[in-house]
Design a protein around this ligand. Structure first.
Ligand code: PNS
Length: 163
């Protein structure tokens, strides 16, 4: 059974992430998309909201489940009985950081490998932070996120603006 974990902040999920999920799901028996709880970051969406967004976007993919974790990724991957970490790689700028993380994770657990999927060209510039900034400043992000994310963004940004 080839079980993989696709970890990330997903704050929020973009079409770039979703493309990686769909492509990775074809290559593994089971794919767990897992949202990291990082106490040092101040995300726009709570863990529960991010999990709900990803569940909504992947409901047609029977071998994909959605979870969250805190602490070391390798400990989490071990705990769910997976042996592969899936990562999306955008431009060359991603490479150094991802390379470093992959080597560190391998050092922490020799049994766990990282597999990279190159992003599709059309999503190579896309990031969650950019989506949030463009949306906040009134730009159109409808071709970069799902409709569900778009509706959640509008609720969230209105809440943030009112606070
Ligand atoms: O979507 P992101 O923010 O690029 O995801 C980063 C993530 C979750 C993959 C990374 O921060 C991570 O692995 N966090 C868990 C903590 C950990 O294991 N750190 C050591 C990695 S070398």
């Amino acid at each position: 059974m080839r079980k993989a974990v696709y970890p990330g902040s997903f704050d929020p999920l973009t079409l770039g992430h979703l493309d990686i999920i769909r492509r990775a799901a074809k290559n593994f028996d089971e794919l767990i998309v897992s949202v990291v709880r990082n106490p040092s970051k101040n995300p726009l969406f709570s863990i529960e909201e991010r999990v709900a967004i990803i569940k909504n976007a992947t409901k047609d993919l029977p071998n994909v489940s959605v979870d969250h974790f805190e602490g070391l990724l390798t400990h989490y991957v071990e705990s769910v009985g997976a042996s592969i970490i899936v990562k999306g790689l955008r431009a060359i700028t991603d490479f150094e950081y991802e390379f470093q993380m992959a080597l560190m994770n391998r050092k922490l657990n020799e049994e766990i490998d990282t597999m990279f999927l190159m992003t599709r060209n059309k999503y190579s510039y896309l990031s969650s932070s950019m989506v949030k900034e463009v949306y906040r400043l009134g730009g159109d992000v409808s071709c970069l996120v799902t409709e569900y994310v778009l509706s959640k963004l509008s609720e969230k940004i209105i809440q943030v603006d009112n606070s």
